[in-house]
Ligand binder design. Structure first.
Ligand SMILES: Nc1ncnc2c1ncn2[C@@H]1O[C@H](COP(=O)(O)OP(=O)(O)O)[C@@H](O)[C@H]1O
Ligand SMILES: [Mg+2]
Length: 509
């Protein structure tokens, strides 16, 4: 496509390599002025890299950038800002104990006559921006005291304060509640009506449908084309993203719950700083039932899992598995009660990366004497067992039992963990963010496995920060807020707005 003034940004033939790895292979992006343009791609597709190049954080090996039809050369963020480009990163870069105003002007201070920082003037300018865009932000509040959605608005204000005409938002909805997402989409549309251009990076199809005019798709560093969102649908976008047809709906039959497997009463758990993160929590899960915990990260989910698995000591309460008390015993004891965990951070807890697939598969099971006695391991037995799992769970590459774990993709590493957990035939399966960072195909596999385990009769505790996942997979949805379960619903009896309200600490009318 020719460089033309009707485009706010055009990136043509962008190539970026990291060592021997090609992250972007001749990628094009043409963003029309005054539109919301989405960049869609799976994890690791190269979305952030492309935007980091536009923002001057990385230099492209090849390719050209045009703004309004003019070729530009952006070698650092200061130049990007001069060209009217602003970027809100995935992880906010605000100073916690500074006020909103201080954060907005930080690095761009308004100076008075003698080079003294003119706070009063800065505050007035910030207020004017807040008014102009109708942001609900208190300029004098400290960052640590405001919600995540609010912090994000401060980041946006910070970019606008520096004169941004093109605003890049990198996965902006990952940390937001449904209500905050709705508000952000409103803000995006308002900014566009006031002349701005927005580039939003995401892998969430629903949000693209709700917010974007056009969508460019990148698959493993290769540009797959741009579609008019108004003429498209989620299924088309998904298949363009992954390169095959995917089933976006979770297929399952109604649950037939049996006896209670997990029963938690008045559980209180403190974190390492001594602050109560779980505060008198009650929860029951029956055999053949998936209970999904809906909540924003940091509301006690980690501490709940750590207490059940006996990684931390609880302050008080009771955790029973099949009627037996396990609170404040040992991880080994939890394991012996046939509780298996798919951890949220597979690198920290799930896998030993420098070990082979086969060694990893045998982890936790060596004490069963299955692979040898005492401290010696029967490697042949272990390998045969792993070969079977690799086949059964379609872990790729096939025949990879002697490959080191760190040579496998995230999705296949997760399959290896799930294979290990599922073959232990657990009574209770805890899935903590089981699909984090996985691509659509692997997500489909994880969900199917959870449902198959349920149908076998296991009790499933699903904890996820993706509300859609909780709503789609769970038979029962429990909202966690501030370390307590604040509502429990059968699937289909509650909508995402109601859940979002509870997740934010509100009450349902
Ligand atoms: N600084 C870097 N050094 C080496 N590899 C990188 C670097 N930044 C990104 N990558 C790699 O480039 C690929 C694309 O990453 P990224 O742009 O962050 O993907 P996305 O934002 O689409 O999830 C990934 O495989 C990632 O590991
Ligand atoms: Mg990214």
């Amino acid at each position: 496509m020719e460089a033309s003034p009707e485009y706010a940004v055009q990136m043509h033939g962008i190539v970026k390599t990291f060592g021997a790895f090609t992250a972007l292979d001749h990628v094009d992006l043409d963003v029309k002025k005054q539109t919301v343009h989405a960049i869609l791609g799976e994890n690791g597709a190269g979305k952030t890299t492309l935007m980091n190049i536009l923002y001057g954080l990385y230099q492209a090996d090849e390719g050209e950038i045009f703004m309004g039809g003019q070729k530009v050369n952006i070698t650092n963020p200061t130049e990007a800002i001069k060209h009217g480009i602003g970027m809100v990163h995935q992880h906010f870069m605000l100073v916690e104990n500074f006020t909103v105003t201080e954060n907005i002007i930080l690095g761009d201070e308004v100076c008075g006559a003698a080079g003294v920082l003119d706070m009063a003037r800065a505050r007035k300018e910030v207020m004017a921006l807040v008014d102009e865009y109708g942001f609900d932000v208190d300029p004098d509040a400290k960052i640590q005291d405001i919600s995540v959605g609010m912090q994000q608005r401060v980041e946006i204000l910070k970019a606008l304060y520096r004169g941004a005409e093109v605003l890049i938002l990198d996965e902006p909805t990952a940390v937001l509640t449904p209500q905050e997402i709705e508000k952000l989409i409103e803000i995006m549309h308002d900014l566009v009506s006031k002349g701005k251009t927005i580039i939003i990076i995401t892998h969430k199809l629903k949000e693209i449908m709700q917010s974007a005019d056009e969508c460019s798709i990148i698959r493993r560093g290769v540009y797959m084309g741009t579609v008019d969102v108004h003429q498209s649908n989620e299924t088309e976008l998904a298949s363009k993203m992954v390169g095959r047809n995917v089933n976006l709906t979770v297929d399952k039959t109604p649950a037939h719950p049996g006896e209670t497997v997990l029963s938690i009463r008045d559980l209180t758990v403190k974190d390492e700083r001594g602050i109560e993160q779980v505060r008198g929590l009650n929860l029951d899960i029956r055999a053949g039932e998936i209970v999904g915990i809906a909540g924003i990260d940091g509301n006690g989910q980690q501490e709940l899992v750590d207490a059940i698995t006996n990684i931390v000591r609880a302050e008080s309460g009771s955790i029973k598995v099949n009627g037996e008390e396990i609170i404040n015993t040992t991880p080994r004891n939890t394991f012996l009660k046939k509780v298996a965990t798919i951890p949220s951070d597979r690198h920290r807890w799930g896998l030993v990366l420098p070990f082979t697939v086969s060694e990893n598969t045998a982890l936790e099971r060596h004490a069963d004497d299955e692979f040898g006695e005492g401290l010696t391991l029967d490697y042949d037995k272990m390998r045969a067992y792993t070969t079977k799992l690799i086949e059964q769970f379609d872990i790729r590459p096939a025949g990879s039992e002697d490959e080191r774990m760190n040579g496998l993709s995230g999705g296949n590493q997760q399959k290896a963990i799930i294979a290990r957990m599922v073959t232990s035939v657990p009574n209770l399966l805890i899935a903590f963010q089981p699909t984090r960072g996985l691509d659509v195909g692997a997500i489909e596999f994880v969900h199917k496995t959870l449902i198959a385990e349920r149908d076998r009769g296991a009790a499933i505790l699903l904890i996820s920060f993706e509300l859609d996942e909780v709503m789609d997979v769970s038979d029962t949805i429990a909202v966690i807020y501030h370390g307590q379960i604040t509502g429990t619903f059968a699937q289909g009896t509650v909508d995402e707005n109601q859940l979002g309200l509870l997740m934010a600490g509100g009450e349902m009318r």
